[in-house]
Design a protein around this ligand. Structure first.
Ligand code: HEC
Ligand SMILES: [Cu+2]
Length: 394
């Protein structure tokens, strides 16, 4: 029995390993980097690990030598030689740590400037914080918009996305004037800048597989950049306790080849993902051509109507804009998850609309428990039909 218990104790450890192994696949792990910033972070984690391991080994070896070689033997009556205040020893254990810290300091300082690189000026960002600008001046490479790194030829047209953290969702406003909710699309192989703030409490923006984390603070604008080396979906997390559903405040970075990204951007900027807000008919047409069913078409346009009648539209834009009250649903059909946690099925969507608070405690969406099935069905069909990705491939 006892032996079994011993093995059982290993269970949590096994679970942790299995979890960690799973992380890589989700592209959520800082140990599995997909961008230059995350690579830098990992390299430095490993470097400091080596330095620390060296210290641990040396200390332990000295410790065991002291314990075994200098232990009191039979017949030892005298005090051993006292080394208190020995200049040689004092110097040794001052100089060695200084050297070790210097070894860590060089890449750390370099990396601090590397990560704090400002938006190239030509991009015309709103980054006015003088403190930061001075810093980057000392860094010396972002003054003229020409970064020292080989790959950034983007100079003029660097992409700068405004990020706002809300309890418990993310708003991404693009320079072209459209907005995206919870899922931020970026082109691969170029630095993309984020100007970050928050609307209510402090959140923290973290995409472990791409780079470092930075707080989003109400009334303050922080800036950071990220770069993805290859297309894919990178999971992001809010990394600052911000309320009851903090742990569910995820987001995704979706990196696309630059051409593909441009098609997506054009689609979003045109507001066509939603069939345009101008006419319900255009939304209906789209759906007809999508599944060739006349019935589906009328459901979708009914859905659009119900979406307005139920007041969803006061918080959720469907014309590419952002309202700040709720995530834009202009391209809701492309979401990998509903509200970042539910698989995007019709049933889950209905569950969410009826009882959002059961799913994500304390979130700011009102519940619609009594909506009639007809409206519900229409809204669900309508929302699922809103896609930018589908249109851009046509
Ligand atoms: C008072 C503002 C408000 C109203 C009205 C409202 N919502 Fe929401 N909605 C929100 C907020 C806030 C969230 C984000 C919740 C979260 O994730 O914390 C949200 C999230 C959602 C999501 C998930 C979005 C995503 O990115 O996955 C859907 C879908 C949604 N709402 C549909 C609706 C529908 C349909 C209606 C009308 C029946 C509606 N909402 C009415 C505020 C609102
Ligand atoms: Cu948060």
């Amino acid at each position: 029995m006892k032996r079994h218990l011993g093995l059982l104790r290993l269970l949590p450890l096994t679970a942790v390993f299995m979890l960690l192994a799973g992380c890589g696949e989700e592209r959520l792990s800082a140990l599995d980097p997909y961008g230059p910033q995350a690579e830098w972070i990992l390299d430095n984690m490993i470097l400091s690990l080596y330095v620390m391991a060296l210290v641990v080994i040396v200390v332990f070896v000295l410790y065991f030598i002291a314990v075994f070689k200098f232990r009191k033997k039979p017949g030892d009556e005298e005090l051993p030689k006292q080394v208190e205040g020995s200049k040689a020893l004092e110097l040794t254990w001052t100089i060695i740590p200084v050297i070790l810290l210097a070894i860590l300091a060089v890449p750390t300082i370099w990396g601090t400037y590397y990560m704090a690189e400002e938006v190239p000026e030509a991009a015309g960002s709103s980054g006015e914080e003088s403190g930061d600008e001075e810093q980057s001046g000392e860094g010396g490479d972002s003054q003229n918009g020409e970064s020292s790194s080989e790959e950034s030829s983007q100079g003029e047209d660097a992409l700068v996305i405004d990020v706002t953290g809300h309890q418990f969702w993310w708003q991404f406003d693009y320079p072209e004037g459209f907005s995206a909710g919870n899922e931020v699309y970026i082109p691969t192989n170029e630095k993309v800048w984020f100007n970050l703030t928050a609307s209510d409490v402090i959140h923290s923006f973290w995409v472990p597989a791409l780079g470092g984390k930075i707080d989003t603070i109400p009334g303050v604008e922080n800036t950071m950049w990220l770069q993805a080396n290859e297309p894919g979906v990178y999971k992001g997390k809010c990394a600052e306790l911000c309320g009851p559903s903090h742990a569910l405040m995820d987001f995704k970075v979706i990196a696309m080849e630059p051409e593909e990204y441009e098609a997506w951007e054009a689609e979003m900027a045109s507001g066509n993902a939603s069939g345009g807000q101008q006419s319900e008919e255009s939304g209906a047409e789209q759906e007809t051509s999508d599944n060739g069913s006349g019935e589906g078409a009328s459901t979708v346009s009914d859905g659009r109507q119900a979406f307005e009648d139920q007041g969803c539209i006061t918080c959720h834009a469907v014309d590419g804009q952002g309202t700040g009250q709720g995530p834009t649903l202009s391209n809701f059909g492309d979401r990998e998850k509903i509200a970042n946690i539910l698989e995007p099925t019709d049933e889950n969507l209905e569950d969410w609309i009826r009882h959002p608070d059961d799913i994500k405690q304390g979130n700011n969406m009102p519940s619609f428990p009594d909506m009639n099935d007809e409206d519900m069905n229409a809204i669900v069909q309508y929302l699922q039909s809103l896609s930018a990705e589908e249109n851009m491939n046509q």
